[in-house]
Design a binder for this molecule. Structure first.
Ligand code: 58G
Length: 230
């Protein structure tokens, strides 16, 4: 599952430049029976299979060191935020545990440092969440994204949604690029972008405004937006 997403484009380049290194470990290699059983039926009965603790313990012991942070991807974890991603980018070594089936033996929790969820939905395994985490974290490693400014200015960076972007042509099916962006007035362009970022956030993600760092100018822009007709 990992070979495609981790070895294409930006992540591929980052690895060949030595900016990060990604290794995949198969839990089945740490099983002892001939069928390589990594799961079993739940004690107390019930539907579904549960991942066994021993193969996970052995695999974690093999790959982790003093400087590792062990993270399990599961729907019961703490929500992965941009803040969390930035702090994970500063870690030396991450070990990402991807569960499968209906869950993992509760005693695995004692082997992990943190539990992380990418959102309030259940997937068939933790692999895709692990790849989401790797991709998001990699962007914050210096040198991975060519234009580091773009990482800084991204949506969420200052707690707001991104402003709208336009490129050529100037008019598409009667829809014109906002005049101000063609004006060359940098101060006005900055003001317009900030206002549109605030507008989007206000209408699409009002929950984010509470946590955003808003200055006096931002408050003025928000007042203008609210006062606009329609
Ligand atoms: C408890 C329950 C522990 C992550 C289920 C482990 C993983 C969604 C996310 C599991 C995931 C997410 C079962 C399959 C975790 C396993 C895995 N689903 N939202 N599924 O980040």
């Amino acid at each position: 599952m990992f070979q495609g997403p981790l070895n294409e484009s930006l992540l591929k380049k980052a690895q060949s430049k030595g900016l990060l290194s990604l290794k995949v470990t198969n839990l089945r290699d740490f099983t002892t029976d001939k069928h390589k059983t990594a799961d079993d039926t739940p004690y107390g009965g019930g539907a579904g299979m549960v991942m066994k603790v021993e193969p996970i313990a052995k695999a974690i012991s093999k790959v982790k060191s003093q400087k590792s942070k062990v993270i399990s991807l599961c729907p019961t974890g703490k929500l992965l935020t941009q803040e969390k991603i930035k702090s994970l980018a500063k870690e030396e070594h991450l070990v990402l545990l991807c569960g499968h089936y209906e869950g993992i033996d509760e005693r695995v929790r004692g082997l992990v440092d943190e539990e992380v969820s990418i959102g309030d939905y259940v997937l068939t395994g933790g692999e895709i969440p692990a790849m989401v985490l790797v991709d998001a974290v990699a962007r914050h490693i210096p040198g991975v994204v060519k234009e580091e400014e773009s990482v800084k200015k991204d949506s969420f960076y200052e707690g707001l949604l991104d402003y709208p972007s336009y490129t050529k042509p100037e008019e598409f099916e009667g829809r014109k690029v906002p005049e101000v962006l063609l004006s060359g007035h940098h101060a006005e362009i900055d003001r317009w972008r900030r206002k549109e970022a605030l507008r989007r956030t206000l209408f699409r993600r009002p929950d984010l405004l509470a946590g955003a760092e808003l200055n006096a100018e931002d408050r003025k822009l928000l007042q203008e937006i609210i006062a606009e007709p329609e």
